[in-house]
Every structure is written in structure tokens, then in C-alpha cells.
Design a protein around this ligand. Structure first.
Ligand code: MN
Length: 214
């Protein structure tokens, strides 16, 4: 039996442990594209490490941390909202990376559609202005973290920066888009040139997916 945790592909498999007790194990979600499909914006090598090693490690760490705690049968969003310390860090990184990798597709880019396009124009005047401000948030974030486009409780868009594993769900905000600006997201391809990496990400955005989150 499997339970859908986030959109269509963060899964938790239900299994039985050595004590014959039912436990929930999170699983690394499948990517909706091949590891080399986002080249040249993100190389196969970066996907191999970022998805295959880093994302997998957060899943493994979470599965090792939660047995025997009150979190062991919670869904991922509940864990993120109620935990702190290592459990929060790993749970949020599982969610953040799933959301991040889902936002891309080969030959993406272009423009958002529908209500999201209207909301961006209303807030920033144009897609270009929004992208400029999002790039600035991404490049000015000191150290490791995430830049987020979110919808607040009034339905308005905001750009927020979160350090480390930070996730806007903990502040009652609805995530729409995120850029991972941890060095592991770009260092193999762009070394210290974070602005170059961030600028190129717009070419692989899957606006159909991102627009549907608004
Ligand atoms: Mn990352």
C-alpha cells in the first residue's frame, strides 16, 4: 500500500518492521525526465549527485530518524510543520528537493499561464521584472538556502528567502516555485558563478506545473 504525500510522486511505502509493526518509509520520488535531459542548464553529473546522492540521503536520514518518534506515521507536510532540528532539516529537504525537481522539464521556459501569469503581472508589472527580482533574491541569499515564490493568505504573490532547509509552509505560505541555491545545486557546472546558474534556470522551468500550483 502506498500513500501519496506530495503532488503525484512523493511516495511513502507502508512496510512491516522486525517487530511486526506497520511503519511508513519515505521513498525517493522518480524524476519526470532523464538525468541528462536538462543539459546544458543542469548537467547529468549534477543530477546524479544532487538527486541521486543528496536527495536520496535526506530520504534515508528521515527514514532513520523517525522510527519511535511521534513523527513516524505522519505525512511529510505534518512533519515539516511540527518538527525541528535534524528531523525538520531532513523532512524539509525531502519536500523542497521534490518540489524543485518537479519544476523543470527539457526545453522548458517561456511564460506562466492563467491566473499565475495575471498575478505576476499585477505584482511586478511583467514576467521580466519578476524574474529579475527572483534572481536577486537567489543570488543575495547568504550561504545555503532556497529562494521561493509563494502565495500568501490573501492570494498575493511574494518572494521569500529561506536559509538551509527552510520551507514557507511553516509560515502558512503556499509555495509556487523554488530555486535551490545550496552550492551542491550548481558548483559542478558553474563553480562560484551562482548568478549564471540562476539566470539559466528559467530555460528549463515547467510553467504548466508551476502555474498549476497557484
Ligand atoms: Mn539541493
Amino acid at each position: 500500500m502506498r500513500k501519496t504525500i506530495l503532488t503525484f510522486f512523493v511516495l511513502a511505502a507502508i512496510s512491516i518492521n522486525a517487530q511486526n509493526k506497520t511503519i511508513m518509509k519515505f521513498e525517493l520520488p522518480k524524476l519526470p525526465y532523464a538525468h541528462n535531459a536538462l543539459e546544458p542548464v543542469i548537467s547529468q553529473e549534477t543530477i546524479d549527485f544532487h538527486y541521486g546522492k543528496h536527495h536520496q540521503a535526506y530520504v534515508n536520514n528521515l527514514n532513520n530518524l523517525i522510527p519511535g518518534t511521534k513523527f513516524e506515521n505522519m505525512d511529510l507536510v505534518e512533519i515539516i510543520k511540527e518538527s525541528d532540528g535534524p528531523i525538520f532539516n531532513n523532512a524539509a529537504q525531502v519536500w523542497n528537493h521534490t518540489f524543485y525537481f518537479e519544476s523543470f522539464k527539457p526545453n522548458g521556459g517561456g511564460k506562466p499561464t492563467g491566473k499565475l501569469a495575471e498575478a505576476i503581472d499585477k505584482k511586478w508589472g511583467s514576467l521580466e521584472n519578476f524574474q529579475k527580482e527572483f534572481n536577486t533574491a537567489s543570488t543575495s541569499l547568504f550561504g545555503s538556502g532556497w529562494a521561493w515564490l509563494v502565495k500568501n493568505k490573501d492570494g498575493e504573490l511574494e518572494i521569500v528567502k529561506e536559509s538551509n532547509a527552510g520551507n514557507p509552509l511553516t509560515k502558512g505560505l503556499t509555495p509556487i516555485l523554488t530555486f535551490d541555491v545550496w552550492e551542491h545545486a550548481y558548483y559542478l557546472d558553474y563553480q562560484n558563478r551562482r548568478p549564471d546558474h540562476v539566470g539559466k534556470l528559467w530555460d528549463i522551468i515547467n510553467w504548466d506545473v508551476v502555474s498549476s500550483r497557484y
